[in-house]
Design a protein around this ligand. Sequence first.
Ligand code: SF4
Length: 215
Amino acid sequence: MKTEVLPEGVLAQRQEGVYSISPRVALGRITPDQLNIINSVVQEFGLPGVRVTAGQRLKLQGVPAQRLDEILRRLGPVGQFCKYYVQACSGTSACRLAMQDALAMGAKLEEFLNTFSLPAKIKAGVSGCSMCCSESFVRDIGLVGKKHGWSVVFGGNAGKRVRVGDELAANLDDEEALRVIGAALGFYVREAKMRERTARFVERVGVEAIRESVG
Ligand code: SF4
């Protein structure tokens, strides 16, 4: 069977010739202008609606093949795909329980991750406190805001083989946390097999090897 090459952010649906598009919703935030664009596309093209995914993304479903290019053009920058998606909670911008600014750190992390070319997809979750609303312990990279800084978690997964990530370091400021993540990812890039997710990688090489790599 021939594999269809689709633009980033586009997925084939179960029905033949029908696609879904995940517009860019960085850190779960969306502006009124972006909402207007999405709304006008949904209405104009008679799409069945928009679904919110578990990872804070929007999904335009029921896109017919013959309108796919046109709809992507209309979405413009909103339709751009995030290379490595970062999920973040509202943190100190809104939540009374927050210990750290999860949105600001999430933006830094997304920019940082985009400098890597990784062997498999990764998901990241930044939570402003130990309640972990961004599911930081079941993401490839997790950050948890504590009173004295960030805890860095690595190797979590919420898929069919669930794995709770391992804490690599704690009480870090933003730059220190990025340094630890960068060191762990550098080791992962050097040692992982193609398409080996971090959870399976940690199981194979052992968490102590990861901890040694971050110093
Ligand atoms: S993780 Fe903490 S700071 Fe973030 S939304 Fe949940 S309770 Fe608030």
